[in-house]
Ligand binder design. Sequence first.
Ligand code: GDP
Length: 303
Amino acid sequence: DTYDKGMEKTRKNFSERISDLFSGFREIDEDFYEDLEETLISADVGFNMTIALTDAIRDEIEAQNVYREDDVKRVMIEKMVEIYEKNGEPGAELLNINPDGPTVILFVGVNGVGKTTSVGKIGYQLKQEGHSVLFAAADTFRAGATEQLTVWGERLDIPVVSGKDQGDPASVVYDAVHQAQDEGIDYVLVDTAGRLQTKANLMQELAKIKRIIERENPNGVQEVMLVLDATTGQNAVIQAQQFNEATEITGLVLTKLDGTAKGGVVLSIRYDLDIPVKYIGLGEQATDLQVFDAEQYMYNLVK
Ligand code: GDP
């Protein structure tokens, strides 16, 4: 299916390397664990997570006294899921919903990570599930951002609220929230500008957007989703740290997992920052998006 196809690069590179660990007859000894650590680091699992994961795998392999490739891989998947999930509550991949008005989701992230595309894909998925959706083009800063979102809106038959180029994003959000309330729309997906180079600006702008929504919408903002490009590996972790300092991030969209062998970055971000991955992007089309499923994901990495 699309999931398997999309994950091909991530899976092949990671799982090929995992399989290489077993090539020829070898014992599950110190050398094995050193090679495993190297493999995890190169898949961008991150240093802290690699150490914790290798320790957990070693303990379990010793406890179960297993040595066959199949069994060792099974233990690895179990431990990856366990460590991932222990770091958060179950069901963390689900969206927070507003029971008293439109559910407002802010999308933040630096330019080029796939923010606008993710807004389009998630709008499509919510619509497929039978929800009504409105897009708010609050990235009035980047030339072409509004137009790009408008193209998605036309393609998916989803209304788009926009403002003037370089206009005030807060007024776009104000209009969008009121239109959604007036028309009984379920979800408002807000595309925002990403200017990490001026962190103070970014913080101010996001704070202002949130303040307007808190004033105009019962229960304010339900999700602040950070969009990250998985191909940037550990840079994605650094971006997550920086954005999390600017505003409280409630979930992640990890894009471009179809084009990378660095799928381990999922584990790293969860371990270091405790922010759950909610969606993964596996291509450029509306359908190339999956709700994150830790078990399926880890299985695809290792199998
Ligand atoms: P933004 O600047 O963050 O809004 O990024 P865009 O949404 O404009 O996306 C930048 C580029 O990445 C575009 O060419 C998208 O088609 C592409 N892109 C977005 N998500 C994915 C993905 O999951 N996989 C692949 N292969 N490309 C993606």
